[in-house]
Ligand binder design. Structure first.
Ligand code: NAI
Ligand code: MG
Length: 361
């Protein structure tokens, strides 16, 4: 990739999404300035989200996907606010983009940062890290089903919510997990399902996993049911390297992972279209946090770490590494927001990260 001018579609969304996106962009601007013209960014803002919905009756513009599909990457805050039902806001924006732009691999690293109190009482705590690979376009989030179609009336309602598992969908995400494992130290993939109870879709997943694993004899494999895996996250996290699971299961496990690492506020994620037919989207794992929105205390690390994943995806690996190093230096020196036991504001933490960037750059 020789292209060094990048066009970003920025969608701050709702609540603290707007606050943390600004911080990530400050970090990117800093790197751009100190790159001496090596690379540059152009940002287009899209004001989509719950306020947009209240004015326009939809979460994003009618031709929204058209407007962003030719950018190099999408930088996303968070969507959802108490003034709009959550299923409306999530489906109208985040899921619409992930599914519409075929961002089928959601990569969610779990990083334990120095200086951050974690509920996980593990001897190797500061060195733990693993990555969740989440199927991001089908499974339990297929949106297939209905309500009240039996006409049985109030108190007797029936709702159906179906999952879709396709062999192609399972295969591409499982292969992606194996390829990712090959780039890591331990080379291990753990597949998580609930195939004892979900006997169609998840049994198909298991079969595809076993078939694909034969193409990667150099990668160690492991298969777990999700309930036992939740316990394993807490009891033996050192056994985890790359964990691959369906849309819903990996969504739950990634919040568990980031909470174990100290807070939802530090977790980054990438919604990838690995085929590079469409731009990928980068966002922190957390939501819009209405309980702390507008106070200037949201942890910016999830969003800044997501910016690092974005730079990596654009071919700026060195800069991505610099950001991650600066984050670790910042938490190590005790510059922390309230969610991880500190007293610093959102801006102070970002300022700390930027000043470490200046030092190591
Ligand atoms: P949430 O992630 O917004 O908040 C959960 C808890 O973690 C809250 O106590 C919050 O204060 C805390 N928290 C989250 N991020 C933080 C940060 N950066 N710094 C400090 N503390 C942080 O999840 P919740 O409350 O379930 O959902 C709120 C809204 O966000 C809902 O409308 C939901 O649908 C939406 N949501 C959107 C997501 C997205 O856009 N990808 C993901 C998850 C939820
Ligand atoms: Mg989630």
């Amino acid at each position: 990739n020789t292209k060094q001018h990048f066009r970003l579609a920025v969608i701050p969304g709702d609540g603290i999404g707007k606050e943390v996106i600004d911080e990530g962009l400050r970090v990117i601007n800093h790197l751009e300035k100190s790159s001496n013209g090596k690379f540059s960014f152009e940002t287009d803002y899209f004001p989509w989200g719950c306020e947009y919905y209240l004015e326009n009756g939809k979460m994003m513009a009618e031709d929204g996907l058209e407007q962003i599909k030719n950018h190099d990457a999408i930088y996303f805050g968070a969507v959802g606010f108490p003034n709009v039902p959550d299923h409306v806001s999530l489906w109208g924006l985040r899921i619409a983009i992930c599914q519409g732009l075929d961002q089928w691999a959601n990569i969610r690293p779990v990083e334990f940062l120095p200086g951050v109190e974690s509920p996980l009482n593990h001897p190797d705590r500061d060195h733990l890290n693993w990555v969740l690979v989440r199927e991001n376009t089908e499974g339990e989030y297929s949106g297939i089903g209905g309500r009240n179609f039996t006409g049985r009336g109030p108190g007797k309602e029936v709702a159906v919510q179906s999952s879709i598992f396709t062999e192609e969908g399972c295969e591409r995400i499982i292969r992606h997990a194996f390829e990712l494992a090959r780039t890591r130290k331990r080379k291990k993939v753990t597949s998580v399902t609930k195939s004892n109870a979900q006997q169609y879709g998840m049994v198909l997943w298991d079969e595809v996993f076993e078939r694909v694993s034969k193409d990667y004899p150099d990668v160690e494999t492991d298969q777990w049911l999700v309930d036992a895996m939740a316990a394993q996250f807490v009891l033996h996290p050192e056994d985890l390297e790359v964990v691959v699971a369906s849309n819903l299961l990996a969504d739950i496990l990634s919040d568990l992972g980031s909470a174990l690492a100290g807070s939802l506020g530090i977790a980054a994620s990438a919604n990838l279209n690995p085929d590079r037919k469409y731009p990928s989207m980068f966002e922190s794992v957390h939501g819009s946090a209405p309980d702390i929105a507008g106070q200037g205390i949201a942890n910016p690390i999830g969003a800044i770490g997501s910016a690092a994943l974005m730079l990596e995806n654009l071919g700026l690996q060195n800069e991505a590494e610099l950001i991650n190093k600066a984050i670790r230096e910042t938490t190590k020196e005790g510059l922390l927001t309230a969610d991880i036991g500190g007293k610093n504001s959102t801006k102070e933490v970002t300022d700390g990260i930027i000043s470490h960037l200046s030092k190591i750059h």
